[in-house]
Design a protein around this ligand. Structure first.
Ligand code: AMP
Ligand code: ZN
Length: 474
């Protein structure tokens, strides 16, 4: 069975064929080439942005789970209207300004257990490639110069508007736009290259000094890294128009070949029914939530758990539900690790695991239906809990089940969650041992002291017949 994904370009579910040519086996395919529009580093990213970045992570992790290799790029937009404005306001260079937010962005990715990708190009390091595209568009007569800025002439590119399903009557040919962002209702020629304004950074080029428009940056980085048609391009739905429409126009006009095979767009994270966005002021950054005492792990769970083509309404209550779901999983793993029984009298374990893989894959193959996949997983969690209560599982079964959970977690990324907090684990373990010894020595004062101290840090101790367990309060 093949993966099916919804292509914004065709508005259909399509069978996923990397490289455009069907092969016998998954391992025969070349690496899947993916480009994800990255952050504009003018401020902290908000968790709406992270919904999209976590989806990119889910996509690459699932492709790897299915046996594909991936070659994935996510850019850093470090020059555009917003970054220039921010640097000017703070009186520092554009590079100083964007370096600060780029560093914070990568720290946030790590906290959310988002895998590093193979390439993280910066727009300002790809100016040469931008000029190369501009030259090619110029040679084809699809560009014009107005007061030192270069514009793409959309009236000379008949395919313009296919991705965003533009009503051609809306197109105002000959009218132009300098702004990086504008509405579908106001379609105009867009700036490939902008003449310098006072105090703005600029680069010298054969077309005169200036700085890039936002759209040309992604076209150039894709060409620089992949050099040909790519398999998948992702971004939030707000990027369909004008950003992705303009990327297609530039790249296909310049190189005369298909730009992208599959366009995947992530629906918005909402707050009270409205898109979470900086401009609306209705946003939370990851830091805001961490400062309120939430952990990154349930935030990842929450953002990953809804299908990417459905809007997701963000609430703090939602994080609490995610904490409960994670607790169910953690408790199951603790119970599985506690199983000591050597004799083997349950013969269905392999079948149970095979069915888990089959149903999980069937759900995910269907346009990355993560909510279906989580349904399958939690059904499995319930079944295993029942089997444990019935004392049917042996130590060997438990090990196999934990291995299967870990395999699914190569896609979920919220079970074995690497976070800075875990560095503390050794210290906690040592205190737990000290408390056990204190109790043996009848030094109950010290034992209680340790329990209270850990409690303050959010560590709960549970005394069981097999010893003392500890866990973090979610
Ligand atoms: P930006 O830094 O504004 O260029 O956005 C980075 C990514 O986040 C883009 O792919 C956007 O489409 C996406 N994005 C922005 N707002 C939201 C939101 N509320 N929900 C989901 N994705 C978003
Ligand atoms: Zn882009």
């Amino acid at each position: 069975m093949a993966i099916k994904i919804y292509n914004t370009m065709s508005r259909k579910l399509e069978e996923f064929i990397p490289g455009g040519e069907p092969k016998e086996q998954i391992t025969d395919y070349p690496p899947v080439t993916i480009y994800s529009c990255g952050p504009t580093v003018y401020s902290f990213a908000h968790i709406g942005n992270f919904r999209t970045f976590i989806f990119n992570d889910l996509l690459r992790r699932y492709l790897k789970f299915r046996g594909y290799s991936v070659d994935h790029a996510m850019n850093i937009t470090d020059v555009d209207d917003k970054t220039i404005k921010g640097a000017l306001a703070e009186g520092i260079t554009l590079k100083e300004y964007t370096d600060k937010y780029t560093k914070i962005f990568f720290e946030d990715l790590k906290k959310l257990n988002i895998e590093p990708v193979e390439h993280n190009p910066r727009a300002t390091e790809s100016i040469e490639e931008m000029i190369d595209i501009i030259k090619k568009i110029d040679e084809k007569g699809i560009m014009y110069n107005s007061e030192g800025s270069l514009y793409f002439d959309i009236s000379k590119f008949p395919q313009y508007g296919r991705l965003s399903n533009l009503d051609k009557r809306e197109i105002k040919a000959g009218a132009r736009y300098d702004a990086d962002e504008y509405n579908k209702e106001d379609v105009r020629d867009f700036a490939l290259w902008k003449a310098p304004k006072e105090n703005e950074p600029f680069w010298e080029t054969p077309y005169g000094p200036g700085r890039p428009g936002w759209h040309i940056e992604c076209s150039a980085m894709i060409r620089k890294i992949f050099g040909k048609t790519i398999d998948i391009h992702t971004g939030g739905v707000d990027l369909i128009f004008p950003h992705h429409e303009n990327e297609i126009a530039q790249s296909e006009a310049a190189y005369g070949e298909k730009f992208v095979r599959y366009w995947l767009h992530v629906e918005h994270l909402l707050v009270d029914g409205a898109k979470m966005s900086k401009s609306a002021g209705n946003f939370y950054t990851l830091r805001d939530l961490l400062n309120m005492g939430y952990s990154p792990r349930p935030i990842r769970y929450l953002l990953i758990s809804a299908h990417y083509r459905k809007q997701l309404n963000f609430t703090l209550e939602g994080i609490k539900h995610s904490e409960q779901a994670l607790e169910r999983i953690d408790n199951l793993i603790v119970r599985l690790r506690d199983i000591k029984k050597e004799e083997h009298n349950f013969n269905e374990c392999d079948n149970l695991i095979a069915k888990l893989y089959f149903d999980f894959t069937e759900a995910m193959d269907n346009d990355l239906n993560i909510s279906g996949a989580l349904g399958v997983f939690f059904e499995f969690v319930s079944k295993v809990n029942t089997l444990i209560s019935e004392e049917k599982l042996s130590k060997n079964d438990a090990e196999k089940i934990i291995a299967a959970i870990n395999k699914l977690d190569s896609v979920f990324g919220f079970i074995n969650f690497e976070s800075e907090e875990d560095v503390d684990a050794e210290r906690i373990e040592a205190l737990v041992q000290e408390r056990i010894q204190a109790k043996k020595d009848k030094n109950f004062k010290r034992a209680d002291e340790i329990r209270d101290m850990l409690k303050e840090e959010g560590i709960i101790l549970e005394d069981t017949k097999d010893g003392t367990r500890w866990k973090r309060k979610k």
